[in-house]
Design a protein around this ligand. Structure first.
Ligand code: QAP
Ligand code: CO
Length: 168
C-alpha cells in the first residue's frame, strides 16, 4: 500500500471532470486500498480519486468514529430526497487548514458500484449525506470553497498559494 500525494487548491487539476470507471479490476482495487490508506493517514473522512490526480469516478469514505466502516463508491450518482438543507462545517484534504459552513440537502439516495463492481443503493442522511455530496462534487471538478463568497475563497486561495511558495 502507499500514501498518495493529494492535490491542493487552487491546483487546476482539481477542476478535471472524472470519467466513469469501465472495469472494476485488481488494479482499481489497489488504487482503492491506497486511497483508504491516504485518507486514514491524513486523517480524513472522504477522498475522491480526483484529489490524488486520478480522473475516474471513484470515492472512498469512512464517517465512523472508530474508522471501521469503509465505503467505496464507484460511478456514484445521487438523488436529493428532501428540500430541507443542513449546515455543516466542511473541510477538505485539498484545502488543508480551512473549514467553512456549507448548506446542502439533508437526505440523498445514492446509487453506485461496490469494490466488486456490484451495484447497490443506499439512503443517507446527516454527515454521510454531506460527505457523499462533497466527494461527488470533486468528480465534477467542484470544491466546497466554490460555495463561499468570492472574498472568502480568494483569501483561502492566497493563503494556500503563499504556503505552497514557502514549501518550494
Ligand atoms: C469532506 O474532508 C467533508 O483541513 C472530507 O487540515 C468534510 O476528510 C465532508 C482534513 C467535512 C463533510 C464535512 C481537512 C484533514 C480532512 C483539513 C476531510 C486538514 C486535515 C477533510
Ligand atoms: Co474534499
Amino acid at each position: 500500500m502507499a500514501i498518495l500525494n493529494i492535490l491542493e487548491f487552487p491546483d487546476s487539476r482539481l477542476r478535471t471532470i472524472a470519467k466513469p470507471v469501465t472495469v472494476v479490476d485488481d488494479a482499481l482495487r489497489l488504487l482503492i486500498d491506497d486511497m483508504f490508506e491516504t485518507m486514514y493517514d491524513a486523517p480524513g473522512i472522504g477522498l475522491a480519486a480526483t484529489q490524488v490526480n486520478v480522473h475516474q469516478r471513484l470515492v472512498v469514505i469512512d464517517v465512523s468514529e472508530e474508522k471501521t466502516e469503509p465505503l467505496v463508491l464507484i460511478n456514484p450518482q445521487f438523488e436529493v430526497l428532501t428540500e430541507e438543507l443542513e449546515e455543516y462545517q466542511e473541510g477538505c484534504l485539498s484545502v488543508p487548514g480551512f473549514y467553512e459552513t456549507v448548506e446542502r440537502p439533508q437526505r440523498v439516495k445514492v446509487n453506485a458500484l461496490d469494490r466488486n463492481g456490484e451495484p447497490f443503493e443506499m439512503l443517507c442522511e446527516g454527515l454521510l449525506a454531506v460527505c457523499i455530496q462533497h466527494e461527488c462534487d470533486h468528480l465534477n471538478g467542484k470544491l466546497f470553497v466554490d460555495y463561499l463568497s468570492t472574498l472568502k475563497r480568494d483569501r483561502i486561495k492566497k493563503k494556500l498559494e503563499k504556503q505552497h511558495r514557502q514549501q518550494d
